[in-house]
Write a protein that binds this ligand. Sequence first.
Ligand SMILES: Cc1cc2nc3c(=O)[nH]c(=O)nc-3n(C[C@H](O)[C@H](O)[C@H](O)COP(=O)(O)OP(=O)(O)OC[C@H]3O[C@@H](n4cnc5c(N)ncnc54)[C@H](O)[C@@H]3O)c2cc1C
Length: 312
Amino acid sequence: MTGIYAENSEGIFKKSVLEAASYASKIQNGPVTAICVGKPKDGEADKLAKYGVNKLIVIEGLDFFDAQLYANAVTKTIENSGIKTLVIANTYEAKSIAPRIAVGMNASLATNVIAYPDMSNGFTVKRGVFSGKGFAYVKLEKANKIVAITPNSTDLIENNQSISIENTATEQINASTQILSTSKSAGKIPLTEAEVVVSAGRGMKGPENWIMVEELADLLGAATACSKPVSDMGWRPHNEHVGQTGITIKPNLYIAIGISGAIQHLAGVSSSKIIVAINKDPEAPFFKAADYGIVGDAFEILPQLIQAAKNR
Ligand SMILES: Cc1cc2nc3c(=O)[nH]c(=O)nc-3n(C[C@H](O)[C@H](O)[C@H](O)COP(=O)(O)OP(=O)(O)OC[C@H]3O[C@@H](n4cnc5c(N)ncnc54)[C@H](O)[C@@H]3O)c2cc1C
């Protein structure tokens, strides 16, 4: 039996969770069970139902995120539900709880999975490795399996179900950490979830010029990102830094403005479906990785792109 861990952010299921539901119901070839921690907002369970979930088990009683407590509660729920293969979106939360659940379930775990499994002879998945520069095919040998799929790697597949909701209780005891307060990052669209990313580098000359980058991003419904030096210099917040030492992303469209395309930068973005590079230097390395290149001054091209997006 296949199920998903449905991570929620303040009661909302993100697109990556719906991709996990689609993936799970495709490999199950039928409806699947979802497990989440904390009560989802009204209407959110219906989102899961649209992508193949017919039962949602809500774990209540954990007031803040503690990886070990979450993993313990989810593992116990999995044991009671009969789930053998768990699909989970490969997010920060997943990275901390999936290995713990794998120990609890005595399961084979594959992270960074980017395609549907080959089940013709066992269960083999394709993983992105070396910051997306290579692939590995991994066979999951144990009866219990956890597959953590990279957001934006697989399709949303509608498979409408009617969903039942079951509540189960646990307690926040012996937490190893305690969250005292949180503050949200400024970006409107989370970078790891974004389908379109407008990113800029040192070629933008200074933070005051990001007004154009943000305007284009707003018009395209995109998240903003940047190169490492840009965040190091404090032009942009660190949570926008993509690359080997920053966030790895896989949007459908990555627009890189005034970024040279150093290998360390490409390590975090080269799996994007379509890359557009804008650089005044025709020899900039980014053009080798890009699907489309515009050679020119960003300060002339960006206003034209903004105007074109407005006209659209
Ligand atoms: C261990 C290690 C880890 C690293 N990790 C990362 C990482 O995670 N992410 C990362 O980004 N970098 C990382 N770096 C740094 C990386 O090597 C590069 O130095 C960095 O990516 C360069 O940033 P940039 O392209 O913004 O700046 P630059 O290299 O200065 O390039 C600016 C580009 O803008 C172009 N340009 C200038 N003016 C204009 C204009 N008016 N219009 C259009 N184009 C213009 C230039 O032609 C140039 O190509 C790492 C480095 C090391 C050693």
